[in-house]
Write a protein that binds this ligand. Structure first.
Ligand code: F6R
Length: 612
């Protein structure tokens, strides 16, 4: 969601923190701000509603805001509109402290009331302002800034990743986390704080992932991590193993388009080194489960949000078909509050690109509290779900910056197909089928590339629907979740209302919507339910509906029922979603781009939803 960057060292903090939050802008982009302690020891705060460019435009020249300790923030509003006064950093009554915060202070109303009764003056509608005044309250009683922050945080209910500077302590930067990611970057004579490693990767690859309830005090030449109770923490330094080229747009106009085009490689990265065609199986060592433990699994639950939830639905098809193990799929936001029943020998899989989604994380903790084994399928190495799960699989898709998830989806489904083969081979999947399935997984990158090569045609088709107000996506079986995903892609970046439906359900209601203005996107590859979906399309056509079909190469019949057809190569039924989703991603992209919209930063959205 929001993004935090902090710096303490020998260089000017302003450009470093500003560049840093620009790299995090995809996480929240309704307002931004920065604070530094200048050479005279004064606290300087600048903030602006709108994108970071608005802040940059109004900043004085770098010499005028020179300081070697600073913090910056890009915001996705939770409490209070995205106005200048509600933007971060927030300050206290005496303008000595500046605080940036990700997360939600749930008891901020009570804290604010109490502090106002002690004559603290509030100016914003935010929860964060209560925390900076609370820290001021304790800082008035001690010279030890760390202690003041510790005392304040002990009274906070909710989640936070924070960074704080003080003009009374110009050689310190304090940061702490609970439920919102925060990372310490260790450079040469300088330190960084960030909510996402991509903001600081150009400066250092040496990082410490802070844990919940930890607080770090950065001095100019040293750092100390403690708990809120001031117990020293011996943290592990990790080295980030990717570089800055993976977070550049390169020749592409948008990150989303770049990420769509990366899929031949990202899918290959998901299976590389994990497939063993000679043994007709796969190996996923990160699951941390013995063969015997895997064989004992009686039931799976898969829990996720958004696009990851769509891949979970496909996972159900895959695992039930190949391994004959029953799978339930749940929205994380429902699971966590529903007191879920987790029978013995059940494993719960949590899918999250970011590994930080608040609902998915809370659902995982709930499952673990009930004694279940929790496995994570995540992209971000070192993310909270990756660290707190009992085992899991990284999808290795590379950083996904476009707010609309694309490559993470195909990689998640690739991993789920491998889990299905693994469990299937331990149950009743034959070696012959296991081997042919693995071979087909290996062919996916090439087949994805073939679809990407039809990109120009998909752009032409997009032109025909840019003025649509609504769209319907139909699919059956394993392609029903693909219909949901295609509709989600279109609505989130083009703002055209779109719904995904199981094709046969259409006649039970949505058929009433069909007219000559309504595009219907039908996912109709050549499989055992092809004839059924053709019947559904004839029902649409009979009502003058406009049909865009996704069909298997060589299918001539589909054209009779469609205004346009996008062809995908043939593959095994349960692997189809990895191919059929690609044209839908491109279609959504081109519609949004042709409508002149900000594809990478659609309105109201943010990457990685770390609040409830
Ligand atoms: C849609 C999208 C979201 C995310 C959802 C879960 O394009 O990106 O629906 O899929 O917020 O995010 P993760 O996978 O990070 O838990």
């Amino acid at each position: 969601m929001c993004g935090i960057v902090g710096y303490i060292g020998t260089r000017n903090a302003t450009p470093i923190t500003l560049e840093g939050i620009k790299r995090l802008e995809y996480r929240g982009y309704d307002s931004s701000g920065l604070a530094i302690i200048d050479a005279e020891g004064n606290l300087k705060i600048h903030k602006k509603p709108g994108k970071i460019i608005e802040l940059e435009r109004t900043l004085p020249s770098p010499e005028k805001i020179y300081g070697t300790v600073g913090i910056a923030h890009t915001r996705w509003a939770t409490h209070g509109e995205p106005t200048e006064v509600n933007s971060h950093p927030h300050t206290c009554c005496h303008h000595k402290l500046a605080l940036v915060h990700n997360g939600i202070i749930e008891n901020y109303r009570n804290l604010r009331k109490k502090l106002e009764s002690e004559n603290h003056i509030f100016v914003s509608d935010t929860d964060t302002e209560a925390l900076v005044h609370l820290i001021e309250h304790f800082a008035n009683k001690t010279d030890n800034l760390t202690q003041a922050v510790q005392e304040a945080l002990k009274l906070v209910e909710g989640t936070y990743g924070i960074a704080l500077i003080s003009s009374d302590h110009p050689d310190q930067l304090i940061a702490a986390r609970k439920g919102s990611p925060l990372i310490l970057g260790i450079g040469e004579n300088e330190f960084f704080i960030t909510s996402d490693v991509s903001a600081i990767i150009i400066h250092t690859k040496k990082v410490i992932y802070l844990q919940d309830n930890e607080i770090v005090t950065l001095n100019r030449d040293s750092f100390k991590i403690t708990t809120l109770e001031n117990e020293a923490v011996n943290a592990k330094i990790s080295v980030v193993d990717w570089d800055v080229s993976s977070i550049d747009k390169g020749e592409f106009k948008h990150f989303m388009l770049k990420e769509i085009f990366e899929q031949p490689v990202s899918v290959e990265n998901a299976f590389r080194g994990r497939l063993f065609p000679n043994l007709s199986t796969v190996r996923l060592g990160g699951l941390n489960m013995t063969g015997e433990e895997l064989r004992r699994i009686q039931r799976l639950q898969i829990v996720a949000c958004g696009t990851s939830w769509h891949s979970a639905l496909i996972g159900k098809y895959l695992i039930e078909t190949l391994a004959r193990i029953p799978v339930e799929v749940e929205y994380a936001s429902e699971y966590r509050y529903r007191n879920p029943i987790i029978p013995p020998e059940t494993v719960v899989i949590f899918i999250s690109q970011s590994g930080e989604t608040a609902d998915t994380l809370a659902a995982m903790r709930e499952a673990q509290a009930k004694g279940a084994r929790a496995l994570g399928i995540t992209n971000v190495v070192g993310s909270t779900i990756a660290r707190e799960s009992d085992g899991g699989v990284y999808i290795h898709a590379g950083t996904e910056i476009g707010v609309a998830s694309t490559k993470a989806f195909t990689s998640q489904v690739t991993i789920l197909s491998m889990i299905a083969v693994l469990l299937g081979r331990m149950n009743n999947l034959s070696p012959t089928f296991g081997a042919s399935y693995i071979k087909e997984i290996q062919k996916l990158p090439e087949k994805i590339q073939q679809i990407l090569d039809t990109n120009d045609k998909i752009m032409e088709i997009a032109k025909t629907i840019i003025d649509a107000k609504n769209a319907l996506y139909l699919g059956r079986g394993v392609n029903f979740p693909v219909a949901l995903e295609g509709a989600l892609k279109l609505k989130e970046i083009s703002y055209i209302h779109a719904e995904g439906y199981p094709a046969a359900e259409m006649k039970h209601g949505p058929i009433a919507l069909i007219d000559a203005k309504m595009p219907v996107v039908a996912i109709a590859p050549d499989d055992m339910i092809y004839d059924k979906i053709i019947s559904n399309l004839q029902e649409v056509k009979a009502r003058n509906g406009r049909i865009i079909s996704i069909a298997t190469e060589g299918d001539k019949r589909i054209a009779e029922n469609s205004e346009s057809v996008i062809y995908v190569p043939k593959t095994i039924y349960t692997l189809q979603p990895i191919l059929t989703v690609i044209p839908l991603q491109l279609l959504a992209y081109y519609v949004a781009n042709l409508r002149g919209l900000d594809v990478d930063q659609p309105r109201n959205l943010a990457k990685s939803v770390t609040v409830e």
